[in-house]
Write a protein that binds this ligand. Structure first.
Ligand SMILES: Nc1ncnc2c1ncn2[C@@H]1O[C@H](COP(=O)(O)OP(=O)(O)OP(=O)(O)O)[C@@H](O)[C@H]1O
Length: 746
């Protein structure tokens, strides 16, 4: 069975005008269901492109109609043990989140709440019909991929590590290592978990000054049916992809550009995967982005539905063409409809033919497609169209006490097409393997800014783009935009009169630090990825754990670091220095438990400044170290040893015993003196030039401090609020604070 690809055209929003509508739904024949999207050529309005999909939903389609036609028919398969993947794809603002999550009103609930409602209803029915012999458990996992990093949405943002959660392949599926899973008893439970997780998503994005829709959000609903000692597990995944957008047309800042590049890169890779699969290539570039690895389009078993969201407006013209191009090819991807293996409690797995078939198979072009699972095929008859969802009283989040409309109201603004009022029937879900796609009447070249290549003619050599090429293209694009922005900013700066601040350097402010940190992290990620590419998954995952542990330690999260080092031990068992490091951290945490004043502990830890500085330098070299696991772990361990030594350092006594002139001054002026405020404001500005100009801060120390603050998060939520706090930051220490304080002229 191929991926089912349907297009949904959203209605016009308040300020959008009828006259700007250029996208319309059509059918192949008068009276037949809508299956074609028509859009004019950007170069010649008189010429029209047609893209054929399995089904097309026009502006008047309600949430209930879409769910009933596209999702409900697969619920039976889900309970038969097949995985179901539903994902929304499209340009920013075309209605992906509306489709997946929906609005607050009952009638506006999207695919996700309706899916859960359906799952619980079926679960209840199964338990009832089997007289309680079969029990059904539902568990949720929810995560996002932001800037190609995976973050658990069930966990508060504070628990995130900068590099996110690693991925691993297990039993032919990509799994997120360390992802939490919450059991979910009923809709009320779901409501609570979903709200909490979405709040985590918003909080995390606010901290990064981003927008939550700039990440890909993946909800995984695991259904476990147990009958006696037999367990059948299947998963429904609902994915709301981030929207692609054209950097040249949006006023993106530097951070946004990096985000955008990450989004565009993953979507670009998705386009490449789709193209490679539809061409029948042997190499599919799944691994070039985390999103495509997780989606594993065409490699996953079960049922996949891609919902292409479209805005009907002219302002989206080129982006719409680009997404039409990609998704119309996606329907040629074959997905094997294979049930997950049934497992038995306390019994070895059966080695049935089905089990063997469930192992990932090489992809075949659609022309050769056949259903490998006759049993599934027999059960493939679409469910009787389900009755429309009954409003569930317990479901408060998506209900605003609006009674479920008996006949759902149509959207107020109709699409200007003769087909608007036609009663649409989704085409059969028992899909033929070849949909005989009607190609666009003319190849719609998606424009310069769209990176997606049009489908190659059969005689064209099949070239698969490499990771390096993708990287280079995205980087080149970002560099170009940054360069032009920088030039424009420099011009504007030159025109504006410079403002002089007391005691601050007049050097141009260059905020390159976050770039630098980002680059280092990315370099390590690339190294880890390259390990993976060379087939050493375990080593790569182990390195990832080490990196995360390192970062946790940087943040002062020793407990988190310990947990991660322990995880790393599973990959590098018996590694003596790693064991030593774990032991030391355990001791440290245990001893900290008995110390009343955490500042005292931190102060002691930070006394040997030379070591501390060495540690920072070492840290910056992490990418080189990690090139070899042994060197990497050794160096890392040495680092920690350096950390622990201060306990015996003679300087500790010295700092405590002799009070310097500066310390006396600080004490006399008090913690809220203008000097203290000025010092903190300079530190919190994260301005390298300003911090460098402070007494006691050389270029290296200033750079380290800015790096550290940047790693900790955004300015507002992680600002340094007192001199005591400043003292305990890595590489700073009392003496530096005193010197900086003394050197300030108020
Ligand atoms: N079918 C629809 N009916 C009514 N309103 C819709 C529909 N689809 C989208 N909208 C509205 O269009 C706007 C944009 O939709 P939405 O936020 O879902 O887009 P998106 O594709 O998820 O964007 P992004 O990629 O930025 O997250 C919202 O105000 C949403 O309510």
């Amino acid at each position: 069975m191929s991926v089912r690809v349907v297009a949904r055209i959203r209605p016009l929003l308040e300020k959008e005008l009828d006259k700007d509508v250029i996208v319309r739904a059509d059918s192949a024949e008068e009276g037949k269901p809508l299956t074609i999207v028509k859009i004019p050529s950007p170069k010649n309005e008189a010429e029209e492109f047609s893209f054929t999909f399995n089904s097309v939903y026009d502006q008047s389609t309600t949430q209930e109609e879409l769910f009933t036609a596209e999702v409900a028919p697969h619920m039976k398969a889900l309970f038969q043990g097949l995985d179901v993947t539903l994902f929304a794809y499209g340009v920013t603002g075309t209605g992906k989140t509306h489709t997946m999550r929906g609005g607050l009103k009952l009638a506006e609930r999207g695919v996700i709440p309706r899916l859960l409602s359906n799952v619980f209803r079926r679960a209840k029915k199964i338990t009832k019909d089997t007289g309680g012999d079969t029990t059904v458990k539902v568990a949720l996992a929810y995560y996002e991929i932001y800037n190609d990093k995976v973050f658990d949405l069930m966990e508060p943002p504070e628990k995130r590590t900068p590099s996110g959660l690693p991925l691993r392949e297990k039993d032919g599926k990509t799994i997120v290592v360390g992802l939490s899973e919450r059991s979910c008893e009923d809709l009320k439970d779901f409501e609570r978990l979903y709200i909490e997780a979405n709040n985590n998503r918003v909080t995390a994005s606010t901290k990064l000054n981003a927008h939550s829709s700039r990440s890909h959000a993946i909800l995984r609903v695991k259904v476990t049916q147990t009958t006696g000692d037999m367990i059948r597990e299947s998963t429904a995944s609902a994915i709301d992809l981030a929207g692609s957008e054209d950097n040249r047309r949006t006023d993106n800042g530097k951070e946004r550009l990096v985000e955008s590049a990450a989004i565009n890169k993953s979507l670009f890779v998705l386009g490449q995967c789709i193209e490679a699969i539809s061409r029948g290539d042997r190499r599919i570039p799944y691994r070039e982005s985390k999103m495509t690895r997780i989606l594993s389009l065409g490699q996953n078993n079960g049922i996949t539905v891609m919902i292409l969201n479209l805005a009907p407006m002219r302002s989206y013209h080129l982006d719409t063409l680009s997404s039409l191009n990609v998704s119309s090819r996606a329907k040629r991807i074959e997905v094997r409809e294979i049930e997950n293996e049934v497992v038995y409690k306390q019994a070895p797995r059966t080695n049935s033919g089905l089990g063997a078939a469930a192992i990932r198979q090489p992809l075949r072009p659609l022309a050769n497609a056949h259903n490998m699972n006759p049993a599934a095929k027999a059960g493939d008859k679409p469910d009787k169209p389900e009755k429309p969802d009954k409003p569930i009283k317990a479901f408060a989040v998506f209900s605003d006490k609006v009674a479920r409309p008996v006949a759902p109201a149509r959207a107020a603004i109709p699409i200007p097409t003769a087909n608007t009022s036609r009663l649409r029937q989704p085409d059969s879900h028992k899909r033929p393997s070849d949909m005989s796609p009607v190609r666009p009447s003319k190849l719609a070249r998606p424009t310069q800014q769209s990176l997606v290549r049009p489908a190659a003619p059969p005689d064209e050599p099949q070239v698969t783009i490499s990771a390096a090429q993708i990287e280079a293209m995205v980087e080149k694009k970002v560099a170009e935009i940054l360069a032009s922005r920088a030039a424009a900013a420099a011009e504007a700066e030159a025109e504006a009169a410079p403002t002089v601040t007391v005691q601050l350097s007049s050097a141009p402010v260059q905020n390159q630090i976050s770039d630098e940190v980002q680059r280092r992290l990315e370099a390590l990620e690339r190294r880890i990825d390259s390990e993976k590419k060379h087939g050493d998954e375990a080593r790569s995952d182990g390195l990832q754990c080490l990196l995360q542990a390192r970062q946790a330690k940087e943040r002062g999260d020793d407990a988190g670091a310990l947990r991660l080092y322990e995880q790393a031990l599973a990959y590098f068992p018996g590694q003596v220095k790693l064991l030593g490091k774990i032991e030391r951290l355990r001791l440290k945490l245990a001893s900290r438990g008995g110390v009343a004043d955490p500042f005292a502990v931190e102060e002691v830890k930070r006394t040997p400044r030379k070591k501390s500085r060495g540690r920072r330098e070492q840290n910056l070299k992490i990418t080189d170290e990690e090139a070899s696991y042994h060197e990497g772990t050794e160096a890392d361990v040495e680092d920690d040893a350096a950390d622990e030594k201060p306990i015996a350092s003679p300087r500790r006594g010295k700092t405590k015993k002799s009070k310097s002139k500066a310390a006396g001054l600080m004490e006399a002026e008090g913690p809220d003196s203008p000097r203290a405020k000025q010092l903190l404001s300079i530190v919190n500005s994260r301005d390298l030039a300003k911090i460098k100009s402070l007494h006691g801060f050389g270029a290296k120390k200033a750079q380290d401090l800015v790096d550290y603050l940047t790693l900790r998060g955004d300015e507002e939520s992680t600002s340094v609020s007192s001199l005591a706090q400043l003292r305990m930051l890595p590489g700073v220490g009392s003496r530096t604070v005193e010197r900086a304080y003394e050197g300030l002229v108020v």
